[in-house]
Design a protein. Sequence first.
Length: 626
Amino acid sequence: MDKTPFKAESKRMLEMMIHSIYSHREIFLRELISNASDAIDKIYYKALTDSTLTFDKDNYYIKVAADQENRTLTIVDTGIGMTKEELENNLGVIAKSGSLAFKSENESKDGHDIIGQFGVGFYSSFMVADMVTVISRALGSDTAYKWESSGVEGYTIVPTDKDSVGTEIILTIKESTEDENYDEYLDEYQLKSIIKKYSDFIRYPIKMDVTQQRPKEGSEGEYEEYREEQTINSMVPIWRKNKNELTDEDYENFYNEKRYGFDKPLTHIHISVDGAVRYNAILYIPEKTPYDYYTKEYEKGLELYSNGVLIMSKSPDLLPDYYSFVKGMVDSEDLSLNISREILQQDKQLKLIAKNIKSKITSQLLRMLKDDREKYEVFYKSFGTQLKYGVYSDFGSNKDVLQDLLMFYSSKEKTMVTLDEYIARMPEDQKFIYYASGETYERLDRLPQTELVSDKGYEILYFIEDVDEFAIKMLMTYKEKEFKSVSSGDLGIETDEKQEPTAQEADENKALFDEMNKILGDKVKEVRISKRLKNHPVCLTADGEITIEMEKVLKAMPNNQNIKADKVLEININHEVFQSLKAAFEHDKEKLHLYTNLLYNQALLIEGLPIADPVDFTNDVCKIMV
């Protein structure tokens, strides 16, 4: 029998289809099932305007059957079928879509939509099949036709017999090789898995004969296998149901079924939008951090569906990085997809969806913070760090979205507080939002630099994560109040005149501090009288934008650029140690050298900074003991 050749451009398209358009071979089954669903939809459309047709949904289905012995996989639908001319036009010319033409002629607003619009999905079957046979009988016709092709060499169409309207596609599956396992497309378990993954929410039942076990009659403890037809797909997705019909348990079950996590979600967001872009979404805020969340291996993204057909398992463009912990799915009829449905042809619709999703997540988190504080704190313990990275990244461009969601430990409340709560409690005379950075809350409670701020009755926020201070530097202000480290050179606090060093004291001790500065060299920018210390003899502070804690973080980074804070050694002249310093300066310069190094190293230890030479330090301690 003579073969009809594909047109030259179609032949090139088919070669490209087989080798490069689809990234996963298993996609072929999704495409064939989607086409089968379209074929049934077309009867539904016709029934809307043709009074001679009745559409009873129970009579329509898709059947998938594997024959391992003959290496065939068959997909049957009870849809509209194709005439000889339609087989020639739709299957003989690649990228000419019968579905697209049908959709253009039968636009409907009833909620049904045709999935396949590009006319290439059918040819994905050649990725796994040596031969593809299509037997189809069109609605209203008594004659059926068989279209058959082994690939780029062309196709044949001959009349054949078929008892009912619809289409039967028979794939002769390729033999497996060392590089490719084609046997999996004949495996019952694997086929069920692919159907559930990509086509679970096709609106018509997808049936398969499934192997089951039952007790063997007349014997004890023995079982026998039997075959039973089962519907594999769920059909009606949860996101298309009325929210009022669903319970928290329904949402939790969906979370578990989709394996979004092994925890229990803290809350969910069900979105239904019928505007510039129509879409449905169900989003989850998890309770626990995935084990690989803060690694390069973690992939963010939501499942992306088009008309209930899975297009992408993880679409990263739907979530900003700072909300990468969110799990869930989005289903839209309005996405412009490329011919393989795997890549978005343009991202205008996706950007609109992503923008709305970001807003919904923010609103939900703010609602949780306000109405269920305990649950929000559980969330924040897991993902608060990510929010702070979100503030810091992109030069602070997201700070307005995230700043009200931030929480920090309070020196007064001894628990986590928001910036808004801090501001609400500020005394009228307080000019700044004060914070202290360190390794633990306990160490920060005892930090010498906090004395003056605490004595004024001001609340201090404790930062113990590396990102905290960098995030705050990006915020700069909150409700017009600047942030200030308790270790900054100028605290902006008016002190009593009795606490302020007089000009005379400054002059009297200038020579001493100059000598100490000379001893320490470039280790410090300056040695000066402290205005903040009350009970402690010494502390380190920083002049400029880089604080001591920021220096520690930057030094630990792989691309360490040796960025240092401008350190200032502050001395409490009201502490008894200062008298020893003065005496040493006047009578024993060697002892002054010893005391200066000891005080500097003491200040380093208080800050959690390493001592340059621990042996020298221990020797200095021993010298003052003898």
